[in-house]
Design a protein around this ligand. Sequence first.
Ligand SMILES: Cc1cc2nc3c(=O)[nH]c(=O)nc-3n(C[C@H](O)[C@H](O)[C@H](O)COP(=O)(O)OP(=O)(O)OC[C@H]3O[C@@H](n4cnc5c(N)ncnc54)[C@H](O)[C@@H]3O)c2cc1C
Length: 813
Amino acid sequence: MALPSHAQIVVIGGGIIGCSTAYHLARDHKADVILLEQGKLTSGSTWHAAGLVGQLRSSASITRVLKYSVELYKGLEAETGLATGWKMTGCLRLATNQDRWTEYKRLATTAKSFGMDMQLVSPEEVKRMWPLMDTSDLVGASWLPTDGQASPSDITQSLAKGARMHGAKLFENVRVTGFEMKDGRILKVKTDQGDVSCDKVVNCAGQWARQVGAMAGINVPLQPVKHQYIITEKLPGLATDAPTLRDPDRRTYFKEEVGGLVMGGYEPNPQGWTTGDVPNDWEFRLFDDDFDHFEQHMMQAIERVPGLADVGVKQMINGPESFTPDGNFILGAAPECSNMFVGAGFNAFGIASGGGAGWVLAQWVVDGEAPLDLWVVDIRRFSGLHRDRQWVSDRTLEAYGKHYTIGYPHEEYASGRPYIVSPLYERLKAHRAVFGSKLGWERPNWFAPEGMEPKDVYAMGRQNWFGPVGDEHRHVREAVGVFDQSSFAKYEMTGKDAQRALDFICANDVSKPTGRLTYTQLLNTRGGIEADLTVARLADDKFYIVTGTGFRTHDLAWISDHIPTGWDAKLVDVTEQFGTLSLMGPNARKVLEAVTSADVSNAAFPFGHVREITIAGATVRALRVTYVGELGWELHVPIEATGEVFDALMAAGAAHDIRPIGYRALESLRLEKGYRAWGSDITPNDTPFEAGLGWAVKLKKETDFLGRKALEKLGDAPLTKQLACFTVDDKEVVLVGRETILRDGQPVGYLTSGGYGYTVGKNIGFGYVRNAGGVDDAFLTKGSYELVVAMERVPAKIHLEPLFDPAATRVKA
Ligand SMILES: Cc1cc2nc3c(=O)[nH]c(=O)nc-3n(C[C@H](O)[C@H](O)[C@H](O)COP(=O)(O)OP(=O)(O)OC[C@H]3O[C@@H](n4cnc5c(N)ncnc54)[C@H](O)[C@@H]3O)c2cc1C
């Protein structure tokens, strides 16, 4: 078959991800699609995968993607005639200590929240299910009956056949060597067999995805890591339907294979491969066996399955797999190139993800927007920092090493830090700040009082910072605090069509006079919330846009992508030009008055306004907004003056009891005030109406805007879900998110955020209550509620208004 000179879509890579994507593009979208593979299909990482297929993740959407894989694998043979080796054996995860057990109780609750049946079983039950195991050290295990295992090569060949049956053309031994580009778009894919012009390219090149992306100027931050497992001779007594087994406290996993065991693990001292380019001639290749390195797993595995000591090792597999700095895979539209999409970096769960990842990626490629909330895997979660290969490698190896460690809430990574620091870093350190890191920025999470080591001590229950954060919280409610939010992403949009463009991109009305602020959502074509940010009008043709640290690349690209062609509206990222100090609390005005000659009275500087004021000789953009529900200003300071402005605030604020405050207090304050967080409470899966943000949508105006049609289509139909606030009085309870919401004893949703409100003295959670027959305030308030927290039912109260509204009570002016 000759390579065509044109194809609508070119998929690069014939591993499980490329084949699944081509299959779905052809089957679901009837796309004119070709797949190019430099060697033979499966010859990269896919052929040597162990084939365990697990489904549960901490994101509901990703769990849905993985569940889809299982559904697909079950039925694929019937469609293509090629078996996939799928066996629904179920999966046991073992717990040998109480923290792990708590983790499983939370996981089992998450599973139920996501509609999966995970149970916890006793050591005796484990022994019955897997008799060859030593269970003497077990607290118990989690049991997910619908997990299983499959043959990676067979599934991939079956997907490839299915793709061909639906009209895709797959080419082996064709290497992509570069791209012909114009204005940030790929015009042609260059190969060693000739060029192919195309509309879109999907980069599914596995561990080569980084260098294939680089040929088009895009960054795919993954790191190949050596991963080993063994296949043993037959183990007497091992059932062919034995559940797959994960023993995270011993860092190992097991799977039955032709009467023997596949056994591998995640060591704390992983071996990264190259941080340079991966050789192209790596077809069906492995690294040399490394028994010295593997010995740590062997010892642990023999203690778990003593019979292993008596059987021989048939084969060792030591292969490269792409891992990423946060353990999530990489999907979606590359921000640097308008027609390249990526599906790579599968962190040793590419077989489990393959079916579903191909399904959502194909839809994404065709529509140009993610079909569901795929934020945790979105390539736009990365930034310039992720071009630093050494940093990516260090962080990725740390994430690999943590694959099986207990996941404590609020845990921070340690590697590659500090990377980006605000000008206040040393000052905040002197105030005993304990930092976290977000998109490379060091940010103060909390401040340790004298006599306490400035360091997180993780635990499953309340952690060591709980008390000090409470003090910070109260300080903001009662006096005044200053938050270093310099890591905020900031953009400027200028041009004679800037207002028109923002009016089209934003759901709220930004066409207010100069000096006004607008809090707005950006919606996708389904009416789902793609971003949540503040727009300040600085001049007729100039806007300043502020959004969350982590959303920097995503929001910038979303806005840029949607500026209509030919309009005079230029968007630039100015994040590093401004430090941001948020001065918040009832005494905020007193402090501000003391450092500026500008009139900051309520009459001269009301809520929702932006003014340029002078502090310590610097011209500061002051935005009268709040995320904590107190009187306050976000002060956007020229970066070089941030230190002096901070010092001026602290000096003048001494009389008003000012102190620096961290991000954990911020979270608690915003929960009480009912402010939603994008990525958890509000996502592309949720409309503003469902989120209780309908007031911020300009449907009453004539202006067309993104998402308008979808919202209009919803019309007056009742909502089928609505965000609500819940409180739990019991102080012993710890909410971490994803707890199941029970209404009159029936599951109706789960928490999207969970935390503690120190002013109200209660645990607080947000979550959507769902009901196919309609949800409104009356429906919500009529029910009686409980939350399932780590498998325990606890009484909860629902609230439709913010729990704490100082503006209504105290801060009148
Ligand atoms: C030892 C080991 C055990 C594993 N066990 C499991 C498991 O139990 N469960 C699980 O879910 N996952 C497991 N995995 C992970 C799984 O193998 C991968 O996540 C998955 O195979 C990735 O598929 P892919 O399509 O992204 O990459 P690949 O299979 O590597 O496919 C990428 C393809 O792109 C081709 N390509 C690259 N550059 C070019 C170019 N320039 N032109 C044309 N083609 C190109 C390559 O030749 C390659 O075939 C394991 C991995 C390893 C290493």
